[in-house]
Design a protein around this ligand. Structure first.
Ligand code: SF4
Length: 456
């Protein structure tokens, strides 16, 4: 175990029941996604179209953003531009201060996680209340999201019930029924909505032609966050722009089917302007996205629509949980985004991939996730983070495969490995042996049997 990821996942794997539940739950979501995909004969065409739309938009980003912002401004919406996380946080705080806002209710936004907005606002005296149920649970438990769509799925209902009891959110001690707990959370949040001075939402898609901010949720919390307070702030990454409604329809058909296996999210809100007597601000955030467009090898990560499907299908994610990764977004897309953010800090995660490419095959926008992880691995030496053991092993393998006589001798002697004592094979000094079952080498190699006509 040479990486932080492997060490952390080793700890999680000790709780067999928990990790099995985690694995099964996310595989169940992947199953639902498959059923949805198979229900649409044009599924693969939609994926291809989505990928092309994203490529087109990324290469015409400035034009579409200009169109989008002008449309919003023509309806009285204030548009702000933030070059990085720091500027984004300052802009949001500035808007809140201008309105003397003390309490902010917000719906789920991975961009605000990326910019570490909550701790920044809290440090500056703002009471930030997450209103997505999963996000609220982890906020109350002082944890981080472990998945981008289902951030608290790793927490058991008993742990949630006990937390709600401690905080007085649920009154019936010992009642950990999910419907009851959800109802309690609903009453608790309703109170927060009523008292809030401002509401913040993310943005799943920004439609350039019409200037719509489209927000998809399953709980209606974005709608509540924007209909109670009179101030609405939108946090939007530059890559969320789509050209028009036709393109939006393609993504709408893919997003929820891929992410949760539902035909659509329960709520889809289109915000075009502030309601009478209210104000709406849209903050467009770059924070490294322009640099990603410039990367010939890795720009495709910008096609991501944050559905989470690549995590649900990833065998490493399912068996190691989101907390094993060092970047705040886990799974295949997180491995790649972390490397784009800071390879020196997040290089460790590239080992958390079996290169099965299941992620690339389910991604609705056809992001070539596994292929990019492979490219990052090849760049590790350039970053000065290659594993010396793996480097020597690769050199050894290269020598074996490039010299016929070494290869044949290795095959000839390989059955000797069948006699390595178990205490050595599965000891701590052999990391590979942990969690692996040693295969038995046949007495004679395949090509010898083939030549003798013993295999057909
Ligand atoms: S990379 Fe693809 S599968 Fe993964 S979250 Fe993004 S859109 Fe979904």
């Amino acid at each position: 175990m040479s990486t932080i990821h492997s060490k952390k996942s080793h700890e999680f794997l000790k709780d067999v029941d928990k990790i099995t539940r985690h694995d099964k739950t996310f595989w169940g979501v992947r199953d639902k996604r498959d059923i949805m995909a198979m229900g649409l004969p044009e599924w693969e065409d939609l994926r291809e179209l989505a990928s092309r739309i994203k490529m087109h938009t990324a290469t015409h980003l400035a034009d579409y953003l200009d169109k989008f912002s002008k449309k919003l401004e023509s309806r009285g919406v204030t548009v702000h531009w933030a070059k990085d996380a720091e500027e984004f946080n300052e802009i949001v705080l500035g808007i809140l201060k201008d309105h003397n806002a003390k309490k902010l209710v917000k719906s789920k936004s991975m961009l605000t996680e990326e910019c570490e907005m909550n701790p920044y606002l809290e440090k500056n005296g703002i009471d930030v209340v997450e209103t997505d149920l999963g996000e609220r649970i982890i906020q109350l438990m002082d944890q981080k999201p472990s998945h981008i769509v289902m951030p608290a799925l790793h927490i058991s209902r008993d742990a949630i019930g006990e937390e709600f009891e401690r905080r007085g959110i649920s009154k019936e001690i010992g009642n950990h029924d999910p419907t009851y707990l959800t109802r309690c959370a609903r009453y608790h949040l309703r109170d927060e909505f009523m008292k809030a001075d401002a509401g913040l939402t993310g943005c799943n898609f920004g439609v350039a032609e019409t200037g719509d901010v489209v927000v998809c949720t399953n709980e209606g919390n974005a709608d509540m966050s924007t209909s109670m307070p009179k101030l609405h702030i939108v946090a939007m990454g530059l890559e969320k722009i789509v050209p028009d409604y036709d393109c939006l329809a393609v993504f709408q058909r893919l997003l929820c089917r891929s992410g949760t296996g539902q035909p659509t999210t329960t709520f889809t809100a289109h915000f075009e302007k502030a309601r009478p007597g209210a104000e709406m601000h849209v903050v467009l955030v770059d924070n490294g996205r322009s640099d990603i467009i410039a990367s010939e090898e890795h720009w495709q990560t910008l096609k991501c629509i944050r559905c989470g499907a690549c995590m649900n299908t990833c065998p490493v994610y399912r068996r190691s949980t989101g907390y094993s990764y060092t970047y705040f977004i886990p799974g295949p897309i997180g491995v790649n985004l972390g490397m784009l953010k800071n390879p020196d800090k997040y290089f460790d995660n590239v080992s958390a991939c079996s290169l099965c490419l299941s992620c690339s095959n389910v991604c609705p926008a056809k992001v070539d996730l596994g292929e990019q992880v492979y490219k990052w691995r090849q760049q590790l030496e350039e970053f000065g983070h290659e594993s010396s053991v793996k480097k020597w092993m690769s050199r050894g393998m290269s020598m074996v495969f490039n010299h016929k006589w070494i290869y044949n001798s290795a095959l000839w002697w390989s059955p000797m490995a069948n006699h390595v004592p178990k205490f050595l094979m599965y000891s701590k000094i052999n990391g590979w042996g942990q969690g692996h079952e040693m295969m038995r080498f046949p007495k004679k190699p395949f090509h010898v049997l083939w030549k003798k006509g013993k295999v057909k």
